[in-house]
Design a protein around this ligand. Structure first.
Ligand code: NAD
Length: 285
C-alpha cells in the first residue's frame, strides 16, 4: 500500500506558485488577488477561510476577506460581489459556503464574474467542465486529479465509483474522470446497495461525510481509495469516510485523511487564482 501524500504535493505546488507570482510581479507589476466573502460565525467556515488566507500570504498573493454578519441581506452581499467583480486588484472571488438559509446561494454564485470564479461554481464554468473545455474547475476534485497524476495513476478505462453527488465535489469529480476517459459511476444517498458498486471499482472516490462508510468488505484487492469526506469524531478528531486501518490493507494506493485531499484543495485554489491573474495580466498589457 502506498499513501497518496497530498500534504507533500501541496507544498511542492505552493513553491511553484510562489515562483510564478514573483515572475508575474517582475513582468507587469501584477500581484494576484483573492477576495473571500464570509457570512456568519460558522467555526468550520472561519477555519477554512483562515487557512486560505494564510496560504495566500505564503505565496505572495494579495487577499482580502469580507466578513459579514449572519443577518446580512441578500442585497448587501450582491453589492459586495458586484464591487469585487469591478475591482482590478481582485483576480479571484470565493464565496465561502454554506451561506445562511435566508440567502439565495445560487443567485450569488451566478453573480460572480466567470473570469474570477476561482471556485468553478458558476454555471458557465460548470458547462465548460462538462463539455471538456478550459475554464475554472472546483478545487477539491481538481486537487484529486493532480494527486492521481503525481503518482502516475492513469484513470483511462478504469472503473471509477464516485460516492456523493454534490455540485461542489461529486459531480465535478465525475466530469473530470469522464474527461480523462474513465468509466464512471456516481452513487448517492438513494443508491441501492453501495457495496454492489464499490466491489467492482478500481478506484473509489468518496465524498459523503459519514465516518466508516467504506469498510474492507466493500472493496476489492488493490483498490485505489480517494477519501474526500471530512467528519469530526466525538473525541474531536478529524477523519474521512473510509475505515482507513482495514481498507488500507487491501489498497494499492490510499489517501490519508487528514493530509490527503484537504491540502490539495487549498493548493488548487492558489493555482486557480494564479491562472485568473495571468489571464487578467494579459488583458492589462
Ligand atoms: P453534500 O452534503 O453536499 O453531499 C453529500 C453527498 O453524499 C450527497 O450527494 C448525498 O446524496 C451523498 N450521501 C449521503 N449519504 C450517503 C450514503 N449513506 N451513501 C451514499 N451517498 C450518500 O456534501 P459535500 O459538500 O459534497 O461534501 C461531502 C464531504 O466532503 C463532506 O464530508 C465534506 O466535509 C467533505 N469535503 C472535503 C473537502 C476537502 O477539501 N477535503 C472539500 C469539500 C468537501
Amino acid at each position: 500500500m502506498q499513501l497518496l501524500d497530498g500534504k507533500a504535493l501541496s507544498k511542492k505546488i505552493e513553491l511553484e506558485v510562489t515562483s510564478d507570482v514573483k515572475t508575474l510581479k517582475d513582468k507587469c507589476g501584477c500581484t494576484p488577488g483573492l477576495a473571500v466573502v464570509l457570512v456568519g460565525q460558522d467555526p468550520a467556515s472561519a477555519t477554512y477561510v483562515n487557512m486560505k488566507k494564510k496560504a495566500c500570504d505564503r505565496v505572495g498573493f494579495y487577499s482580502i476577506t469580507h466578513d459579514m454578519p449572519q443577518s446580512i441581506s441578500q442585497e448587501a452581499i450582491e453589492k459586495t460581489i458586484i464591487m469585487l467583480n469591478n475591482d482590478t486588484n481582485v483576480d479571484g472571488i470565493l464565496i465561502q459556503l454554506p451561506l445562511p438559509e435566508h440567502i439565495d446561494t445560487t443567485k450569488l454564485l451566478e453573480l460572480v464574474e466567470p473570469a474570477k470564479d476561482v471556485d468553478g461554481f458558476h454555471p458557465f464554468n460548470v458547462g465548460r467542465l462538462v463539455t471538456n473545455l478550459d475554464g475554472f474547475v472546483p478545487c477539491t476534485p481538481l486537487g484529486v486529479m493532480e494527486l492521481l497524476k503525481e503518482y502516475e495513476i492513469d484513470v483511462k478505462g478504469k472503473n471509477c465509483v464516485v460516492i456523493g453527488a454534490s455540485n461542489i465535489v461529486g459531480k465535478p469529480m465525475a466530469s473530470l474522470l469522464l474527461n480523462a476517459d474513465a468509466t464512471v459511476e456516481i452513487c448517492h444517498i438513494h443508491t441501492d446497495s453501495l457495496k454492489k458498486h464499490t466491489l467492482n471499482a478500481d478506484i473509489i472516490l468518496v465524498a459523503v461525510g459519514i465516518i466508516n462508510l467504506i469498510t474492507d468488505d466493500m472493496v476489492k484487492d488493490d483498490v485505489i481509495i480517494i477519501d474526500i469526506g471530512v467528519s469530526r469524531t466525538t473525541e474531536g478528531k478529524l477523519v474521512g469516510d473510509v475505515d482507513f486501518e482495514n481498507v488500507s490493507k487491501k489498497s494499492s494506493f490510499i489517501t490519508p485523511s487528514p493530509g490527503g485531499v484537504g491540502p490539495m484543495t487549498i493548493a488548487m485554489l492558489l493555482k486557480n487564482t494564479l491562472k485568473a491573474a495571468k489571464i487578467n495580466a494579459k488583458d492589462k498589457k
